[in-house]
Design a protein around this ligand. Structure first.
Ligand code: ATP
Ligand code: MG
Length: 191
């Protein structure tokens, strides 16, 4: 995986490689750079492969965007992984994977618009579900974006799932005060 090499964990702080650009300065984030179409296509492929490798190991980054990818001379490096999720154990795994993939495709698609017409998330997720995903699994890029009109019920389900996920996280971060979390549960149920 293209991530900074960790060196140690001290007082709750993870020490890792400092990623540099070619001049020895701190590497820029993707959102700070302008790319040619050829670079965008190339880096997009690299990132799709990184996402495939991660998912092959059962993980989804969960907050992948141009703000959490640094551009080093050797190409993109992924940072900010603490919220990575276990794909098999998370009800929102498909939604999170799709968001990660679509964020990357939207970003690189601004420089190479042809990327935007292909449903990479759909292809990666279906390979994963069929048990056919491996780190080297070829992506055909033949999944076309659906051109059906918006599925309102589907959108509402997504929103409910996001609310549930938030409620679950709030429960997980609970400082132990039972009252708080019960009140919160009631509040969610009335929605
Ligand atoms: N290994 C690294 N090498 C160079 N710069 C880094 C490295 N890790 C983080 N940074 C810089 O620090 C910023 C914040 O890092 P990171 O995204 O992990 O933290 P965060 O708490 O999630 O912050 P944010 O809310 O900005 O996402 C990055 O956008 C990047 O500019
Ligand atoms: Mg970040």
């Amino acid at each position: 995986m293209r991530v900074p090499k960790p060196h140690g964990f001290v007082d709750g702080v993870l020490l890792m490689d400092l990623i540099l650009d070619g001049d020895g300065d701190v590497a820029p984030r993707l959102n700070d750079v302008e790319l040619t179409a050829a670079e965008a296509r190339d880096y997009h492929q690299v990132m799709m492969r990184e996402i495939v490798k991660m998912l092959s190991a059962g993980l989804i980054h969960g907050d992948l965007s141009e703000y959490n990818v640094l551009l080093a001379p050797e190409g993109p490096i992924i940072i900010d992984l603490p919220q990575a999720v276990d794909a098999a154990a998370n009800n929102n795994a498909e939604r999170m994977l799709t968001r990660d993939v679509d964020n990357m495709t939207r970003y690189f698609g601004a420089f190479a618009p042809e990327l935007l017409s292909i449903d990479y998330a759909g292809e990666i997720w279906s390979l994963f579900q069929l048990g056919n995903l491996s780190p080297e699994a070829p992506l055909t890029g033949t999944f076309k974006r659906s051109e059906k009109s918006a599925d309102l019920a589907g959108v509402m389900r997504e929103i409910d799932a996001a609310l549930e996920e938030n409620a679950r996280r709030a429960g997980g971060d609970d400082d132990g005060e039972q009252g708080d979390s019960e009140e919160q549960d009631d509040e969610w149920q009335t929605r």
